[in-house]
Design a protein around this ligand. Structure first.
Ligand SMILES: Nc1ncnc2c1ncn2[C@@H]1O[C@H](COP(=O)(O)OP(=O)(O)OP(=O)(O)O)[C@@H](O)[C@H]1O
Ligand SMILES: [Mg+2]
Length: 235
């Protein structure tokens, strides 16, 4: 594999937090390549650097040192505005607690990121109903979060993440607030998205959840300690 052609290419990345005169290496000389169309689970104990890694991959944060190339763009040389542009164009985020706005319907929650992206109203409307249909919520467009089950709320948040047609979906503990059956459904949905060519990277503490992914990356103390790819080992 030529990692220079990877969608995500992190090399010798450090993310250092200075705390009361001490340096905390949240990421410590981490190198990771992820190809387009991958389905990756990140595992590891609390504090091992998983969220820090997701934030950097998602261009919400920058490495202290090292290099990060995303789809051929050198992220460390981008201005904050350029970084926001890359993020809006390429990345969708799904959160453990869904982060939906309680006063808005499913449609309105999904349309909101498109407002920020400057997409005209008619297109916002058609795209939102389309992505909600895709996640199986075509009959729940006008429901507010408190009128939806936890799994349905999570699917609204996934539809919202898909609204701007990202090539990468990042999910930090997306099934943490769901029962095992609903978690399974969420993972099956991610599988479908991967089938449509979206690269999915998720953080999980749950081995059953991780087993849905094709590649499992394990972290400890800001480093990758294991990286197994079932799609290449099974012939
Ligand atoms: N803003 C910050 N300032 C200082 N230290 C931080 C900050 N964010 C994270 N850290 C430290 O960096 C390390 C990695 O944190 P991170 O949130 O990436 O862990 P995690 O693997 O996501 O853990 P969890 O499973 O509990 O969510 C931890 O030691 C944490 O205390
Ligand atoms: Mg975390």
């Amino acid at each position: 594999m030529d990692s220079s052609k990877s969608l995500i290419d992190l090399r010798s990345v450090n993310r250092i937090y200075e705390m009361g005169g001490e340096s905390v290496y949240a990421l410590n000389d981490l190198t990771l390549s992820i190809d387009s169309g991958s389905y990756v689970a990140i595992m590891g104990t609390s504090g091992s650097g998983k969220s820090t890694l997701m934030n950097i991959v998602g261009c919400l944060d920058r490495p202290t040192s090292g290099t990060y190339s995303l789809d051929g763009v050198d992220i460390l040389s981008c201005s904050d505005d350029q970084l926001a542009e890359v993020r809006n164009a390429k990345i969708g985020f799904v959160f453990q607690q869904f982060n939906l706005l309680a006063s808005m319907t499913a449609m309105e929650n999904v349309m909101l990121p498109m407002v920020y992206a400057g997409i005209p109203k008619a297109e916002r409307f058609s795209r939102a109903s389309q992505v909600l249909e895709q996640v199986g919520l075509g009959t729940r467009l006008q429901h507010r979060p408190n009128q939806l089950s936890g799994g349905q709320q999570q699917r609204v948040s996934i539809a919202r993440a898909l609204a701007n047609k990202p090539s990468i979906l990042l999910a930090d503990e997306p099934t943490g607030a769901l029962d095992s059956h609903t978690a399974e459904e969420t993972m099956n949905l991610f599988n479908e998205l991967v089938g449509r060519g979206i690269t999915v990277i998720l953080v999980t503490h749950d081995q059953d959840t991780a087993d849905h992914a094709r590649r499992i990356v394990r972290m400890r103390d800001g480093q990758i300690v294991d990286d197994s790819d079932s799609s290449s080992s099974v012939v």
